[in-house]
Design a protein around this ligand. Structure first.
Ligand code: AMP
Length: 279
């Protein structure tokens, strides 16, 4: 890497993300997209971002480009720092929300194999910086486009799902309020990464996602300072509506108004049921 390795310092992440975003935007390396926002009321509330006609993300990528791993080597203009857990923090090159960042393993590791304790150590290091929705798409059917392990971090505090959630306990449970198959539990910053890791493993077990040690069944993982959620997946999209982990937090990204109309017509809860294989 041409950029010097920089170690994470508590309290600095917001500034580092903003400064790097600014310079990468000016140099043209950061390809942010503009969106309009609409709200949908269903069993769960959701916020839908509709991409503007012109999007910076290439629609068609060449074979070479498709085969190249964007995280190894990573684009030096996207580099923020390294964490004590060993991961690199990178800006998401094709962001919709400012300062969307990625936590990637420095060596190649499979997105489809289980998260390890070190990933929960990375979350513990970064979660104090500002309110963040962390998420993970494991497998193409879960919305992943890259097979190199990467957690994603969206710096937002308003999450539509929160308005549907009752008071949670630390027990792994399935809530009648949520229309899709899932496991959820309360977490807090008094807990250790080891406790989070064990909650995550209990969720995989309960949802029967880990009967093959090296390759889990597709799933989404989401975590905030208040809760952890795991959802099994059977398909990456329902008709023309693509869904990744964010859909289960009530956040959708659609490429145009036609897809928004499909989502409205079907109902977000029906779409979430379909992509999670909920009967
Ligand atoms: P996923 O689609 O869930 O596998 O997440 C991969 C993420 O990596 C997407 O949100 C992309 O926008 C982002 N991405 C793709 N190429 C790059 C790159 N060169 N540098 C940083 N982020 C990237």
């Amino acid at each position: 890497m041409s950029k010097k390795r920089k170690l994470f310092t508590a309290g600095q992440l917001n500034d580092w993300l903003a400064t790097t975003s600014q310079s990468a935007s000016v140099s043209g390396h950061l390809k942010s997209s503009q969106t309009e926002v609409e709200h949908l009321d269903d069993v769960m509330q959701s916020e839908v971002r509709i991409l503007s006609e012109f999007r910076n993300k290439p629609h068609k990528v060449s074979r070479d480009c498709e085969a190249r791993n964007p995280f190894l080597p990573y684009d030096p203009e996207m580099y923020i720092c390294h964490l004590g857990s060993g991961h690199a923090v990178l800006l998401n090159k094709f962001n919709v929300v400012p300062n969307h960042y990625l936590i990637v393993t420095t060596e190649y590791e499979e997105q489809a194999s289980a998260l390890e304790l070190k990933e929960f150590q990375a979350l513990a290091e970064t979660q104090h910086e500002f309110p963040t929705l962390f998420f993970y798409n494991s497998g193409r059917e879960a919305g992943a486009s890259q097979p190199h392990r990467h957690l994603q971090a969206l710096p937002i505090s308003e999450i539509p799902l929160n308005s549907t959630l009752p008071e949670l306990t630390e027990d792994v449970q399935s809530l009648p309020e949520l229309p899709f198959s899932h496991c959820i539990a309360a977490v807090n910053d008094q807990q250790t990464p080891e406790q989070w890791y064990s909650t995550y493993l209990a969720m995989l077990q309960k949802l029967n996602l880990n009967n093959q040690p090296d390759e889990l069944k597709p799933y989404n993982f989401l975590m905030t300072r208040q809760w952890m959620l795991v959802v099994p997946r059977v398909q990456g999209r329902y008709e023309n509506i693509s869904v990744n982990a964010l859909g289960f937090a009530g956040l959708f990204l659609v490429k145009n108004r036609e897809v928004l109309d499909s989502l409205r017509a079907k109902g977000s809860s029906e779409v979430l049921k379909a992509v999670s294989g909920t009967s």
